[in-house]
Design a protein around this ligand. Structure first.
Ligand SMILES: C[S@@+](CC[C@H](N)C(=O)[O-])C[C@H]1O[C@@H](n2cnc3c(N)ncnc32)[C@H](O)[C@@H]1O
Length: 419
């Protein structure tokens, strides 16, 4: 055991010395409180932050009025927490569904306005004649009758003029699409169910919309929104970001844990809702690590190449995939780093996934990448991930049926910009 100076305020913590300054801190687990509580119960999203972790990090590393950035914001947990704690926020994500969910969660609307509109949608639905609507494999994923009902519902929602109210109902519609499809609702990947269950489109939509109205209004009654600036945009972080250099006080973010072929398939999760919302974007083809490249020894992390060489002995292509993901991760870190003020902090939350049976120390590799950009590593907090939020088992060798324990923990890497 030894003491280290942990946070900016000089809080001293005891920790069991693990490699790479890792500190297993159970106070970050929040096992008893589901990550999907309150407003975070509006639409599921893979690998969502636990809001209490974000709340704790915001309190520790930022002050009211400061600017917080999440370049991989997903469903907008950091945005919501900034809104209720008086921090300004900028969030980006490449996935339009993520941005839609994040906007809805960060936009309090009066419940009577939403209830009135819901009534109107349900009435209007009954008078709608389904117009022609099609996309690739539509009838592989949906029954004929379901397609008709979803088309009518879509028509009723798309007629709403107020964009904010329309977005609110688009989110309930998206959840309905996932639930009434022939794909498994509880999987992030698109996997067809053995038997389709007959769920009424209108009934599920109405229940979901009512649930979401309750969650949104109650949350903001308990946690009144502050007057802060929130910017939420669909954007590929690798294409630069429209923020001044050295303008951000704190970054709290969690990049994808690996390429989406073998880790979390955000695109597959979002594909059917996006098609129904009229968006063709194939998110998995443009996420970090999607383009496979030749290996170059040009990234500032020795340990990364030790691991890449180990993988290459077994599987050359896998090694290239792994390299491509880390090359993109480094590019994103370079862009993010420039935006942070001197003495500002970054809380970079990663998962150490396994490839070919080898656990890749993404936390350590991230420390190497940030160190090359003028950051000093403070500590890495290790927390246990809730079983509901991420599958604990995946197929690390991409062999069907072969499962391995992975992603039991996530790593909150804390860094300070010193030069
Ligand atoms: C681990 S998730 C973030 C989840 C988020 N913390 C939450 O609470 O919902 C990673 C996110 O990165 C996004 N992403 C992947 N590649 C990206 C890129 N090049 N630019 C911006 N976002 C990207 C994915 O769409 C996904 O939403």
């Amino acid at each position: 055991m030894r003491q280290i100076e942990l946070f900016q305020k000089g809080i001293e913590k005891e920790y069991i010395e693990l490699p790479f300054k890792r500190f297993r801190d159970e106070s970050f687990d929040f096992k008893e409180i589901p990550a999907g509580s309150g407003v975070y119960g509006i639409h599921p999203y893979p690998a969502m932050f636990h809001f209490l972790v974000v709340r704790k990090l915001l309190k520790e590393f930022s002050k009211r009025g400061e600017l917080v950035l999440d370049p991989f914001m997903g469903s907008g947990v950091v945005g919501v927490e900034c809104l209720i704690s008086g921090r300004n926020f900028v969030g980006y994500d490449i996935n339009p569904l993520a941005v839609l969910i994040a906007k809805v969660r960060t936009t309090p609307i009066k419940s009577n306005l939403l209830l009135q509109m819901l009534k109107h949608i349900i009435q209007d639905f009954k008078h709608q004649k389904p117009e022609f609507f099609e996309f690739d494999n539509l009838y592989y994923w949906f029954d004929k009758e379901v397609v008709k009902d979803l088309t009518r519902l879509r028509q009723s929602i798309f007629k709403i003029e107020d964009r904010i109210v329309k977005d609110f109902f688009k989110v309930a519609f998206s959840d309905t699409v996932r639930r009434v499809s022939k794909a498994r609702y509880d999987e992030f990947k698109l996997v067809r169910k053995k038997e389709s269950d007959s769920i009424s489109v209108l009934k599920f939509f109405e229940e979901t919309a009512l649930k979401n109205i309750g969650l949104l209004t109650q949350f903001y009654e308990n946690f009144p929104p502050t007057k802060t600036n929130l910017i939420l945009e669909e954007r590929d972080i690798l294409n630069e970001i429209p923020l001044e250099d050295e303008s951000v006080d704190l970054v709290i973010t969690s990049p994808p844990y690996g390429d989406s072929r073998t880790t979390v398939a955000y695109g597959q999760f979002s594909k059917l809702p996006l098609r129904w919302l009229g968006i063709e974007k194939d998110v998995d083809k443009i996420s970090l690590g999607a383009k496979i490249r030749e290996i170059h020894y040009n990234l500032p992390s020795e340990i990364l190449f030790e691991y890449i060489e180990k993988i290459a002995v077994e599987d050359e292509r896998r090694a290239k995939e792994v390299f491509s993901y880390y090359e993109d991760l480094y590019s994103s870190i370079r862009i993010i780093s420039r935006k942070v003020k001197k003495n500002g902090f970054v809380c970079f939350v990663v998962g150490n996934r396994k490839v070919k049976g080898v656990e890749l120390p993404t936390d350590k590799i991230s420390v190497d990448f940030f160190s090359a950009e003028g950051f000093e590593h403070q500590i890495t907090i290790v927390r246990e991930i809730s079983r509901k939020r991420m599958p604990h088992k995946n197929s690390p060798s991409n062999i069907k049926g072969m499962k391995d324990e992975t992603m039991k923990y996530e790593y909150i890497v804390i860094l300070k910009k010193t030069s």
